[in-house]
Design a protein around this ligand. Structure first.
Ligand code: BJ8
Length: 436
């Protein structure tokens, strides 16, 4: 296990341009993208006051996100330590299966507009920005994760993604998993079958059989990461909150890209520090700052817009009921299975509990929102949909009703990746915080 700090120091002295060129990327455009993200990261994250010192690890992750980390993965492949790099866009794709078959799982969701004109030659203009973004990153050749992915796994979730994957399959080596839309005993069986088919497809790609031993180790690795995230999340119930929503969001975003074992160590160090800060009454925001539970669509890197607005307006986000939040870590895979079959079933069961808005009804999500708001002592709920996301837009009415019944102030926001509405959002959020 290498030390990330050393790696990043080395990364600063290393010229990654030949690596990006070898991946077929548009290097000048990519330089521009990296420059913009670096600037944004500085403005959003490094201006926060009283951050836990252990969040320095996150700075290192961002510094190496398109450079040192990509090299690390490619080196692992070259040395035979890893067989293939496998990209995905959704929480429903089990990382345990990829790891157990010798692959490195990476998240490909993108949180910035890119090559929109090219995207609109293939996808409608009125498409959710997350979908347009991953298509744009591919068409603009600026994402080293998608360019280094040997296999990309899509999933039949929302209509936009489903249809966009038909286009993506013309661009990359793609396999799509079918996800049921209702939760019951029959659909669970269907889903277990899909998980098995996926395992076979990944094995075929990596050329490595999943064994009971490799699957057990992969389950433990992913569960350890979730346990660390659960610890960190629990510290956020304290007032003052020991860590910002921005840094918490970034921690989960990092979990889709960084080395699992190294990141788990770093998250546990953050949890240690935040437990101590909570005990000492040390916070990132003053005691009494208005506490927000975020719920809604996922926020892929570098979509930090809404959290930045909330926290710059004096609020503090204390939890995220989202795929870039609690849904990623709240449930563990049962570790008692001994055979590959038992473990694949346990994986299927765990992932079937992810409360994506494609499910109808989606009562589990509503219950989680109210439970989390109470457990984390939230003063209000901000529910956000990316523009043109019908699922989360429609479900926001149910969320609002549940918040009302629970007596928790609620606000719904629809936004995209552009900055045009930032001023208007700031005004609305300031007014919401004021009334809490
Ligand atoms: S399990 S939430 S990661 S599908 S925002 S692309 S839903 S139009 S991302 Fe998701 Fe998996 Fe569900 Fe989670 Fe479509 Fe909506 Fe866009 Fe979305």
């Amino acid at each position: 296990m290498s030390d990330n700090t050393n790696e990043t120091t080395a990364a600063a002295e290393y010229d990654f341009h030949p690596m990006w060129e070898s991946l077929g990327m548009d290097v000048p455009a990519h330089d521009m993208l990296l420059g913009a993200v670096g600037q944004m990261f500085g403005d959003v994250f490094l201006t926060q006051e009283n951050r836990p010192a252990s969040t320095d690890y996150l700075n290192q992750v961002v510094a190496g996100i398109h450079s040192g980390r990509i090299k690390e993965m490619l080196d692992k492949k070259a040395s035979g330590e890893a067989k293939k790099i496998v990209g995905s866009f959704c929480l429903y794709v089990p990382e345990e299966i990829v790891i157990a078959a010798g692959g490195i799982p990476v998240g490909l969701c993108s949180g910035a507009d890119w090559a929109t004109d090219k995207v609109e030659e293939h996808l409608p203009r009125a498409t959710c920005p997350l979908i347009k973004s991953f298509a744009g990153f591919k068409l603009g050749s600026v994402c080293p994760y998608i360019e280094s992915s040997d296999l990309v796994i899509g999933e039949n979730t929302c209509d936009g993604k489903k249809k966009a994957y038909e286009f993506m399959a013309t661009q990359v080596n793609m396999y799509t998993v079918d996800i049921p839309n209702v939760h019951n005993a029959q659909t669970l069986e269907l889903w277990k079958g899909e998980v098995r088919k996926l395992a076979e497809r990944v094995e075929q790609e990596t050329g490595q059989k999943i064994t009971a031993e490799s699957l057990k180790a992969a389950i433990k690795l992913a569960n350890d990461k979730r346990r660390a995230l659960q610890r960190l999340s629990a510290t956020r119930a304290a007032d003052p909150a020991p860590i910002s929503g921005l840094d918490s969001l970034l921690t989960v975003q990092a979990a889709f890209m960084d080395d699992a074992e190294r990141l788990t160590g770093a998250i546990n160090a953050m949890a240690d520090e935040c437990e101590q800060r909570a005990a000492d009454g040390v916070g990132v925001a003053p005691k009494g700052a208005k506490r927000i539970l975020y719920t809604g669509t996922p926020m892929a890197v570098p979509n930090w817009k809404l959290f930045n607005i909330i926290e710059k307006a004096g609020g503090v986000v204390v939890g995220e009921e989202a795929c870039t939040g609690s849904r990623y870590y709240k449930d563990l895979v049962d570790e008692s299975g001994e055979t590959v079959d038992e473990m694949l079933d346990a994986i299927a069961e765990r992932y079937f509990g992810i409360n994506c808005a494609i499910f109808t009804p989606n009562d589990g999500r509503i219950e989680d929102i109210v439970r989390m708001a109470r457990e984390l002592n939230a003063d209000g709920i901000i529910d956000c949909s990316l523009q043109f996301c019908t699922l989360y837009e429609m479900e926001s009415f149910t969320v609002e009703k549940a918040a009302e019944q629970a007596g928790i102030p609620f606000m719904h926001i629809t936004t995209d990746y552009a900055n045009e509405d930032a001023g208007q959002l700031t005004t609305r959020i300031e007014a919401f915080l004021e009334m809490l």
